[in-house]
Design a protein around this ligand. Structure first.
Ligand code: ATP
Ligand code: MG
Length: 655
């Protein structure tokens, strides 16, 4: 693969390090039939609220709103006095429109051949039964329901049942520990927990129920635990437990969807906890559904009649909430849901699924893409993926080389890649190319979507000029914004609205290039200060990944007596690349040539794995501990803590 090495001079600012000149124009056929054209930017710029009103009109409202936005900074209300039912919008209205036979979900279990096809008509019945069941258990509007489940159809059904009756769901990712689950149950004061006996993970059943038992042992507020039988493994049954198949199956398959207020809470979702104590992010009804439905329609150019859409995230993360459940269903899409891991039973599983269901739109994360690069190009090459037409990325900055690999080896150089920036707090996509409009740059999220007013500011809160770098901010409220942190308005104000007067601060760094396009640089805590220069970990990682032998890289700043901080890099080699004696010097030279000598790592270590959060993000904090010879900080959100031992073995000393 051709690599560009501009070899430019060392620059003072973070903003001028990376130079990327590749551009990918939208495919002509996609552009000419695109759901959204360049006019949308113009329309939204002229009247932002009218733009969001039109987006809201894509939904079915029981009562129209009176006021589009009530803004008492930093608290917003959208579509005030409007009433709607989210489950009705996601399910019933499609059935009423004669699309009941359309597939809502092609569900693919991890064990091969274990599949289910769920039409909108099926979903309507299942959601109605589950809603009746929750009511029988005494769940009422406003009650909190904790959900701790594998990726099975009952998971979206449970969420829609909660939405239907106005109960607030709080999904906790099924890989979290009992103590993590307990603290989230306590914080939200959940009345019931919905779970399963277990799920399939890496070819074997993995129990969930014992973790729930441990978590709720000391939660007197939890009245019932509703348990889906998925794996059939033996699990203890306690007094509070109710089997899904006993309770839900005998319910009537009709349920009246009462309209809820546009500002009634829809769900709480705790941020993944890459840093600090998790925050219970609160999302509400009308604005949230408006934005996730519109962005799903616009960013993926979704054509509900013909597209087969697959988002590979877990529903336990916000990506799954917004872009597996609410956005796609509100749009009447046909989606794929896959239960398991990409390497079970073989490393081509994802591509086999794409081929099997003729997936047209794929939405995944950089961590997955880099893993596929590591496994080798020959694996996706074995499958027919000619159905694909749009590819998406979310979760971390995507290194330009990973972007180009994704475009080439998955998208056959034909499919546009949309790099979507957003977070749990924003509820929906905020910054992204539009596939029929944008000439995309690999590694850049490009422009705020129509209706979103984002900016890059310096530490005084002044907008930076083109070519500058600094802090990403959002200047105006948006419909899917978090309304607060559950039970803690002050923490909401302090965390997001105190760094810059009157602006939302997501905690991420960004640069704006000479054309005015945005490049996200990850969280600001990850920026390094080397000999007085601010250097972003993302840029050094991207430079490393642009070397043909490197699949994945993590970079941290370690205290250094001479330079303040020195760059320490951990790299994973690509499939087929040999670990040679001089690989470290080869890579150091490559970074120096790509970014300039200032960015040259002091140390480069080849490692087999990197520490990641359960949502797949690199945990640089732990690598910093290793690089500085400290004992490790909190590892509870780590997927696999043995990774740290493997890495420590590679590191004779921090010097
Ligand atoms: P926590 O807030 O608990 O530490 P988290 O920030 O990882 O966890 P999420 O809300 O899932 O939890 O992730 C949002 C963050 O992910 C963003 O703030 C940003 O740092 C990063 N991110 C997401 N998408 C992109 C993207 N396309 N480009 C760059 N960074 C991204
Ligand atoms: Mg975050």
């Amino acid at each position: 693969m051709a690599t560009e090495t501009p070899g430019q001079e060392t620059q003072e600012t973070l903003s001028n390090l990376l130079s990327e000149t590749r551009r990918f124009e939208p495919p002509a056929d996609l552009a000419s039939a695109a759901n959204v054209t360049a006019d949308a930017y113009e329309e939204a710029a002229q009247d932002r609220l009218a733009f969001w009103e039109r987006a809201a009109e894509r939904l079915t409202w029981a009562e129209r709103w009176n006021t589009t936005l009530e803004w008492k900074p930093p608290f917003s209300k959208w579509f005030v006095d409007g009433k709607l039912n989210v489950a009705y919008n996601c399910v019933d209205r499609h059935v009423e429109a004669g699309r009941g036979d359309k597939v809502a979900y092609h569900w693919e279990g991890e064990p091969e051949g274990d599949t289910r096809t769920i039409t909108y008509a099926d979903l309507q019945k299942e959601v109605a039964k589950a809603a009746n069941a929750l009511e029988e258990l005494g769940v009422r509007k406003g009650d909190r329901v904790a959900v701790y489940m594998p990726m099975i159809p009952e998971l979206p059904i449970a969420l829609l049942a909660c939405a239907r009756i106005g109960a607030i769901h709080s999904v906790v990712f099924g890989g979290f520990s009992a103590s993590a689950l307990k603290s989230r149950i306590d914080d939200a004061d959940a009345k019931i927990v919905i779970t399963a006996d277990g799920g399939y993970r890496r070819g074997a059943p993995s129990a969930l129920k014992p973790t729930v038992d441990e978590a709720v042992a000391d939660c007197p507020g939890v009245e019932h635990v509703l348990v889906v039988r998925r794996t059939g493994q033996d699990v203890p049954v306690n007094e509070r437990d109710v089997w899904w198949h006993d309770l839900v199956e005998r319910q009537p398959s009709e349920h009246e969807p009462v309209p809820h207020d546009a500002e009634d809470p829809l769900y709480i979702l705790y941020t993944s906890g890459t840093t600090g104590k998790p925050k219970g992010i609160l999302h509400t009804t009308g604005g949230y559904l408006t934005q996730v439905a519109w962005t799903h329609h616009a960013v993926f150019d979704l054509k509900p009649e013909t597209d087969i859409y697959w988002c590979t995230a877990d529903i336990g993360w916000v990506t799954g909430h917004s872009y597996i459940v609410y956005g796609p269903l509100a749009n009447g899409a046909t989606s794929v849901i896959y239960e398991g891991t990409p390497d079970t039973p073989h490393r081509g599983r994802f591509w086999e699924i794409v081929q099997k269901y003729q997936v047209t739109i794929l939405y995944t994360a950089p961590t997955a893409i880099r893993t596929f690069m590591k496994w080798g190009d020959d694996i996706p090459a074995k499958y027919d993926m000619s159905s694909l037409r749009v590819l998406g990325s979310v979760g971390e900055p995507i290194n330009p080389e990973a972007y180009v690999w994704y475009r080439e080896h998955i998208g056959a150089n034909r499919c546009p890649v949309v790099d979507t920036w957003w977070q749990t707090e924003t509820g929906g996509i905020m910054i992204s190319p539009l596939p029929g409009v944008t000439a995309a740059k690999p590694g850049a999220a490009m422009r705020p979507l129509p209706g979103v007013v984002a900016d890059v500011v310096d530490d005084q809160g002044e907008s930076v000029l083109n070519g500058g770098g600094g802090f990403l901010v959002v200047r105006e409220p948006w419909p899917a914004m978090l309304r607060t942190i559950w039970g803690d308005d002050q923490r909401y104000i302090d965390t997001y609205w105190s760094r810059f007067e009157g602006m939302y601060f997501p905690g991420d760094g960004a640069k704006r290039d000479e054309d005015g396009d945005l490049w996200l640089l990850g969280r600001v805590d990850d920026v390094m200060l080397v000999s007085g220069h601010n250097i972003s970990t993302t840029e050094v990682e991207s430079a490393l990944v642009s070397h043909p032998k490197v699949a994945e890289a993590a970079v941290v700043g370690a205290t250094d007596p001479v330079t303040g901080q020195a760059i320490v890099s951990f790299v994973i080699l690509r499939g087929g690349a040999e670990e040679s004696e001089d690989i470290a010097s080869e890579l150091r030279a490559h970074v120096a040539k790509t970014l300039g000598p200032i960015a040259k790592p002091r140390q480069i270590l080849v490692v087999p794995e990197l520490p990641k959060t359960r949502s797949g993000k690199i945990m640089r904090r732990l690598l910093r501990d290793v690089a500085e010879n400290r004992s490790l900080g909190d590892v509870t959100t780590l997927t696999d803590s043995s990774v740290m031992n493997l890495i420590a073995e590679k590191l004779p000393s921090a010097k």
